[in-house]
Design a binder for this molecule. Structure first.
Ligand code: NI
Length: 131
C-alpha cells in the first residue's frame, strides 16, 4: 500500500471523527486500521473473523458476551492487546477517550455482521483511506 514509513501519531492527528477507522496499511489480506474512540460503540459480532485491538493511547474497555454467565468486560490500558474471537458479541467503549489500532481482514465492517441499532456517533464502515 505504501513504501514509506507511517507515523501513527501523525496519522491519528489527521482526523477527528470518532469510531471511524482509517486504513494505514495492509498486510496480505488484512487491514491495519487506527481509530479514535470515546463513549460507547454498539454491541456487534463478526461471524467469520477474530478482531485484534491494540491500545495506542488512553484506555479501552470491551464488554463481551462470551460465557454462560452473561456479560463481562476487559480493560485494556495503553500498550495492551486483545483479540475478540469470531462470533463473540462485543461492545468497545472508552470513558475518557482512546486511540486504538485494529487488525482484521480487508472488508470487515466496523459494526460486524450482526449489530444493534447504530446511533449517529458510530460510523458503519469497512475503513476509510488515510487523508
Ligand atoms: Ni468489532
Amino acid at each position: 500500500m505504501t513504501n514509506t514509513p507511517i507515523d501513527l501519531r501523525a496519522a491519528l492527528a489527521g482526523f477527528d471523527q470518532l469510531w471511524s477507522p482509517r486504513i494505514v496499511t495492509r498486510v496480505n489480506d488484512y487491514d491495519v486500521r487506527v481509530a479514535k474512540v470515546a463513549g460507547e460503540h454498539v454491541w456487534h459480532a463478526h461471524d467469520d473473523t477474530d478482531e485484534f485491538f491494540l491500545v495506542i493511547e488512553g484506555e479501552l474497555s470491551i464488554a463481551l458476551r462470551d460465557g454462560v454467565s452473561g456479560e463481562r468486560a476487559v480493560t485494556l490500558p495503553q500498550g495492551s492487546v486483545f483479540v475478540v474471537p469470531r462470533g463473540v458479541e462485543h461492545r468497545p467503549s472508552s470513558a475518557l477517550g482512546a486511540s486504538i489500532l485494529l487488525f482484521e481482514p480487508t472488508g470487515t465492517s466496523s459494526v460486524g455482521d450482526r449489530h444493534e441499532e447504530i446511533p449517529g456517533h458510530v460510523d458503519a464502515t469497512t475503513g476509510h483511506p488515510l487523508a
